[in-house]
Design a protein around this ligand. Structure first.
Ligand code: GAL
Length: 465
């Protein structure tokens, strides 16, 4: 019996990205991750880099067939700027890159998998970082739009669902605030704020360009990683800390994307602290006319915060940092995924869904990533080579139950994409934590459907469980 039935035409799918699956092959340029791996391979788990990844560049046809075989009706990947474009300044297309993405999209259609195509997944071209500071520079925003236009023109006849940027917040967070992605800066708050602004602007400008291209039946959105802030207590100080953390990490992208404005309280605080971004002339109008058609939400874990009581960590003291307004709070009752160190809190799925419904009435959205990374997953392999990942099935069910409840209450969620279909490369963690419905043996590149892959097949077939 189906206890949790999902809406008609629900997307049961998965997400991944170009830089995490394709491998380098004859890519036209290096992005920052390619460069970082060349420079410091030792910071990547087991020295495994993006150069080979899961060889999606050559295996895409069999992979899409497999994706279809486990019942998924849709799949997101991204086009790499560094593969599609020859000359970033003019947007001149690289022939081989275009040929690859053409074949890839045709394969989606051949196998009956809906392509959801993203345009940026942490893959800043090295040249643009060196020349313009990457997203710190205004110029990068306009060059990105050139690339996006090229993609719309080339593939808009077949791709109807586009997303501009994946998890924009991760760029300033990982590269400028907390130093876990190249260029590994810590506490560079003012520049991080400018990057946040520029990413939001790049998104709005790309959406406007998309509408000018008049893609028949096409829709466009962004993919945001939401980490709702739950506070240590209901005290005014803690609530203030929570509101700031929500504005800085979530609403800073949600509001411009869905409502065309930045959160007023955040703008006020940044202005008062002298770190508000430099805005472009006439940008209000750009944000107003560059709102999304739909939203994608990546949800992995919540954020727990309290008002700051302890002194700022040394490495964050040199400049402004958002951490002056909150500190992380260690919730004693938390459930942790021990393999990844992230809290598991399925109820946030419901809170996110209801928040979207209340804040942006009528906005269609989908879960664009949710998943559980597990280290050393081969220990769960049975004698037939199938990974018995019951923990992953439970993880998905728990999240889906909360999502279902929110849909029943009127949240307009039209799909659930898992991270991910087949195990892929995850930045510094490389292949440490596995997330797929399908396992990938790194030596032989052999793919094997995990127990969760068989489970999702059944779930998709029944449109629920
Ligand atoms: C997400 C990100 C993905 C993947 C995933 C699991 O935040 O969008 O690229 O790395 O985390 O680590």
């Amino acid at each position: 019996m189906i206890q949790y039935a999902f809406p008609k035409n629900f997307w049961w799918g998965a997400a991944s990205s170009g830089p995490q699956t394709e491998g380098f092959f004859n890519k036209a340029h290096l992005n920052l991750m390619d460069y970082w791996f060349k420079k410091e391979p030792e910071v990547f788990f087991n020295r495994v880099g993006p150069d080979r990844a899961s060889e999606f560049f050559t295996r895409y046809d069999e992979d899409l067939k497999l994706i279809k075989s486990i019942g998924l009706n849709s799949f997101r990947t991204s086009i790499q700027w560094t593969r599609l474009i020859d000359d970033f300044e003019t947007g001149k297309v690289n022939k081989e890159g275009a040929a690859f993405y053409n074949k890839l999209i045709d394969a989606f259609l051949k196998h009956g998998v809906l392509p959801v195509i993203n345009l940026y997944h942490f893959d800043m071209p090295l040249e643009l970082f060196q020349k313009y500071g990457g997203w710190s520079g205004e110029k990068t925003v306009d060059l990105f739009v050139l690339f996006a236009r090229a993609a719309f023109k080339l593939f808009g006849d077949r791709v109807k669902y586009w997303t501009v940027i994946n998890e924009p917040m991760v760029q300033p967070e990982a590269g400028w605030l907390y130093g876990f992605h190249y260029p590994n800066y810590k506490g560079k708050g003012a520049e991080a704020v400018q990057i946040m602004h520029n990413l939001a602007l790049a998104s709005a400008k790309t959406i406007r360009a998309f509408r000018e291209e008049n893609i028949k039946g096409g829709e466009i959105g962004v993919i945001l990683n939401l980490t709702p802030a739950y506070t240590a207590s209901d005290s005014d100080e803690d609530k203030k800390a929570g509101a700031f953390a929500d504005d800085f990490f979530n609403n800073s992208f949600l509001d411009p994307a869905c409502a065309g404005v930045f959160p007023p309280a955040l703008v006020e605080t940044l202005k008062k602290d002298g770190v508000l971004w430099k805005a472009q002339d006439g940008e209000n109008e750009i944000f107003q006319s560059g709102k999304v058609d739909f939203l994608g939400v990546n949800y992995y874990h919540p954020k727990r915060v309290a008002a700051r009581k302890s002194p700022l960590p040394q490495e964050l003291r040199s400049e402004w940092t958002p951490d002056v307004y909150f500190e992380e709070y260690d919730w004693p009752q938390k459930r942790i995924n021990p393999y990844r160190g992230w809290e598991i809190y399925p109820k946030a799925m419901y809170d996110i869904a209801i928040n979207i419904k209340n804040k942006y009435p009528g906005l269609p959205w989908y879960v664009s990533e949710n998943g559980m990374g597990v280290e050393g997953e081969e220990r769960f392999m049975d004698e037939n080579g199938v990974i018995q990942d019951d923990y992953r099935i439970d993880f998905y069910k728990e999240h889906l139950i909360y999502l279902h409840k929110a849909i029943e209450e009127g949240s307009k969620c039209f799909g659930f994409h898992a991270w991910t279909a087949f195990d892929c490369w995850s930045w510094n963690n490389a292949y440490k934590n596995r997330y797929g419905y399908i396992s990938v043996d790194l030596e032989s590149q052999k793919r094997t459907i995990k127990k969760s892959g068989w489970w999702i097949k059944e779930t998709a077939k029944n449109n629920g469980f």
